[in-house]
Design a binder for this molecule. Structure first.
Ligand SMILES: [Zn+2]
Length: 507
């Protein structure tokens, strides 16, 4: 049955007055649309079929042509092993730029080459965002006005090709990249560093890359490309799209004890459960307790609300999800989008309908909790790299959340939190720490509430002339702390270079 395979390349609007979108629907119904009536634009003009690696840039270019003011296409610095570019489509009102107070969000799909649904879904998300924006959909316009969204439809185009060329039916063929490396085991294992820190009571609980001393295996180009993206863009929230089951999986993915299966809570367990539920409950089936499980391993995640702690399912080291959480300010979950890793083209439309609302509602979660800006109270200068620590004081609790975030470029920060009462403390070398008590409310589809900090500088610390031992000690401590922070910052930048060199020499 070849009728649905008929393809029309999207016309690309070089001549604006003659802009037409051509849709070929099964049965050879052909519709021509002018650009006159925005409301008549269909919700998605992208076909429901599997798109090749060569078609991805064409589709993105076509969407960019429709929505040039709110989109940008870029490629990651590294290409796949076989030399294919890794394309990202960005949606924002300031394409190419981070804007103060605006959270950054990302979806990455198809990191396992034979898990292909997420790849098609992200192409549809891109098409949908553009079309709904043009159609005057207030909710979508608001989302794009308030959020910078990055979509990477395929992190592993080489694996996709292998899987597709072999019929897309094997559970494993095409999973890895072209060097036979599973990219979701190839990130530096920061979980182990975090758990070691916990054991010896080092409270260094974020941005752990600088503690990496050696790598288990060379970092693959696809991994390196995404690591660089994570280091460069101050992401707040993301998800990583897979297939093979139907569940929203949240950190930690690696078990604390090393056991194969063991619920391994992160400091943000409550927030992560909320994030996973935000996806699962907005998906048509994921949270349905009556649906059937996927495998014969006894798991039916529908019975537990469609969510699971990663390590409680099975422990994974070197995964991308936990790497995001432990190397940056980003919170990431892993979405398993269905039992079938390579669903037939005929299933794609239904899968889009199953996932559409969940994909949109999850992006809105970048606005939960609080955000703000940190500045020097005297000079007004923005203060980046300020540590934001949170204590949950809801209903008489007094619990430190042992995962700090840091302020970025212009002193802006985001702290995802579920509704409750919190004490938020900003601290930075050379300044008096400052705490604000805040109540976080459940306000769907609204910006996070703003909690700004104006930090008072400490008096300049100088070694005392009379050799007073007390002030000498104070000076030394402050000095060491400053030096350590500088080292940490430099290492953060140097680390990728070193990882590079290592990967190149050991390949
Ligand atoms: Zn996978």
């Amino acid at each position: 049955m070849g009728c649905c395979r008929k393809t029309s390349r999207w016309e690309y609007p070089g001549r604006r007055s003659l802009l037409t979108a051509v849709i070929v629907i099964c049965g050879a119904l052909v519709t021509f649309l002018g650009e006159t009536n925005a409301a008549a634009i269909p919700t998605s003009t992208l076909e429901f079929r599997h798109h090749s690696n060569e078609e991805i840039p064409d589709i993105l270019a076509s969407i960019h042509g429709r929505c040039p003011n709110i989109t940008r296409i870029y490629t990651l610095r590294e290409r796949s092993v076989r030399g294919l570019p890794l394309y990202v489509m960005e949606f924002s009102t300031t394409p190419g730029y981070h804007k103060i107070y605006r959270p950054e969000f990302k979806y990455i799909a198809n990191m396992h080459g034979n898990e292909v649904l997420g790849r098609e879904l992200l192409l549809h998300v891109a098409s949908y965002l553009c079309e709904r924006y043009l159609a005057g959909d207030h909710d979508m316009q608001k989302l794009i006005n308030l959020t910078r969204i990055h979509l990477l439809p395929s992190m592993n185009p080489d694996g996709w090709q292998v899987s597709t060329d072999t019929g897309g039916t094997d559970y494993l063929i095409g999973r890895t990249n072209n060097n036979s490396v599973d990219l979701n085991r190839n990130f530096p294992d920061l979980d182990r560093i975090m758990f070691s820190n916990e054991e010896v009571h080092i409270n260094h609980n974020n941005h752990l890359l600088e503690q990496v001393e050696r790598l288990q295996e060379p970092i693959q180009p696809e991994t390196k490309a995404v690591m660089r993206l994570i280091m460069q863009v101050p992401f707040v929230l993301s998800a990583n799209l897979h297939g093979g089951d139907l569940v929203a999986n949240y950190p930690y993915d690696a078990s604390r004890s090393g056991a194969t299966t063991e619920y391994t809570e992160s400091p943000d367990d409550q927030t992560f459960r909320h994030l996973a539920l935000a996806y699962a409950t907005n998906h048509k089936n994921m949270a349905n307790p009556k649906r059937r499980g996927c495998g014969d391993d006894g798991y039916n995640f529908g019975k537990q609300g469609g969510i699971t702690n990663g390590a409680a399912w099975y422990s994974v080291q070197g995964g991308m999800q936990d790497f995001n959480y432990l190397s940056s300010n980003d919170f990431e979950i892993t979405l398993e989008l269905g039992c079938d890793k390579y669903p037939p083209a005929s299933a794609l439309q239904e899968e889009w309908e199953n996932n559409r609302n969940a994909l949109i509602q999850y992006m809105w979660q970048a606005h939960i909790g609080v955000k703000g800006r940190v500045r020097d109270a005297v000079s007004g200068q923005p203060l980046s790299n300020t540590v934001i620590h949170v204590k949950n004081v809801t209903a008489g609790r007094n619990d430190d959340i042992l995962h700090d975030v840091t302020s970025v470029h212009d002193g802006d920060y985001w702290r995802l939190l579920t509704p409750g009462h919190y004490v938020i403390t900003a601290s930075r070398d050379g300044y008096h720490p400052l705490s604000h008590r805040v109540i976080v409310y459940d306000r769907p589809h609204e910006e996070a509430q703003r909690v700004d900090f104006h930090l008072q500088p400490l008096p300049q610390l100088m070694p005392s002339a009379n050799g007073d031992s007390k002030s000498d000690t104070e000076y030394e401590e402050a000095y060491e702390e400053t030096v350590r922070n500088n080292i940490v910052n430099n290492l953060r930048k140097k680390w990728l270079l070193n990882a590079y060199k290592h990967a190149i020499t050991s390949n």
